[in-house]
Structures are given as C-alpha cells and as structure tokens.
Design a protein around this ligand. Sequence first.
Ligand SMILES: *Cc1c(COP(=O)(O)O)cnc(C)c1O
Length: 223
Amino acid sequence: MHAIAERLLSIKSTLPEGVQLVAISKFHPQEAIEAALSSGHRCYGESRVQELTAKEAALPKEIEWHFIGHLQGNKVKYIAPFISLIHAVDSVSLLREINKQGAKCQRRVPCLLQLHVAQEETKFGFSPEELTAYMDSEAWRALDFVSLRGIMCMASNTDDTARVRADFRTANRIFETIKSRHFPDDPLFATKSWGMSGDYRIAIEEGSNMVRIGTAIFGEREY
Ligand SMILES: *Cc1c(COP(=O)(O)O)cnc(C)c1O
C-alpha cells in the first residue's frame, strides 16, 4: 500500500468512534489524493478555491470536498454547487453570500461558523461574544439556503499545550451554549471541527468530533 494511504489508515484507526477525519490535501498534487483514496477514505479538505475547483474537476466524484480556508465572498459561487462543508464562515456578510449562491443552485450549503479563540490577532473568525450575539439575534433563520452544522476553530499557534487545550475548551463551551439555545432538537447542528496534525489528540479530548489533518498524512507542504 502507498505510504500516504498507510499513514491515513493508521491515524484513522486511532480516532475514537464518532470523530470524523478530513484529510487536508492543500498544496499536494492530485496523485497524492489518488494515493490517499486507495485507502477508501473519501473526505478531503482544501483551502484555496482555484486549487479546489481544479481538483474537483479532475478527481473522482465520490470525493466529499470540504473548504477549510478563508473564503472570499466573490469566490463562493465557484464552490456552492458541490461543496460538502464550508468550515470557516467568519462573517455575517459571507454567510449571506453563501445563502445567495445556494439559492442560485437550489442547494442548502452546509456551513460551520468559525470561532476566534486563539490568542493571535491575525486569525479570522467571530469572537465568542459576536457569535453568541449573532445567534441570539435569530437573523440566520432567514437564510434558507444555508445549513448551519456547527463550529470550527483553530487553537493558538504555540507549544503551550495548556493554552491550546484552553482554546478548544472555550470553543466547546460556546458550541454547547449555541446548541442548547438554538438547536436543541436539530441533529444537524452537531459538528465540532477542531484539531490539526499537531494538536488533534488534545482537540478530541476537548470535544472535537471532526479533525482536519494534513501534514501527518501527506507530509510537509511545498508552498
Ligand atoms: C492547513 C490546515 C490544516 C491542516 O494542518 P496540518 O498541520 O497540516 O495538519 C487544518 N486546518 C486548517 C484551517 C488549515 O488551514
């Protein structure tokens, strides 16, 4: 078996039941994804629209594509027709644009709301206060072509595992608050997307049920 498929299966076998793996294939060639596909895994994540649409066109239709990067409003139209999940919805205006493009292709586009919990200034996302306020406004209920599925976050980029754990714990707390207030009876609002190659074990301990793993499967990226 190809080394990529072996690494993927080995990581997958360590994940607790109920934790989904998104194999992050960004910056890796189509051949790397074909190798991973030979393991039987079908869920892949990309962070750039052009790269994603090129791969989507060229690779087997059985693949479930996730978009994990920062998404610009003017590019939503290219992925709305096929994307399985948009992870990093970081503004109300982006959510409205996704709704508009969803309407055009008559598809409720599955989305996660990106929560900013890391200490760095540079990361995108709603602050916990912004997100709970927006959800409490109920304005999102008018977006008929968006399907809210949960929350995504990235932890602080640090070796301080206590800090990383605290970030995930905050995200889990906000998820539970929003879930209980707005989706108590909606089984679709259930996804907690946190954890990457370096921190997915901590993420799972802190409630994650969807991990996004690139380097540990595909090796280092060449930018
Ligand atoms: C690149 C990326 C990942 C994967 O990171 P690795 O450290 O390679 O596992 C996960 N999530 C997001 C949002 C990313 O941009």
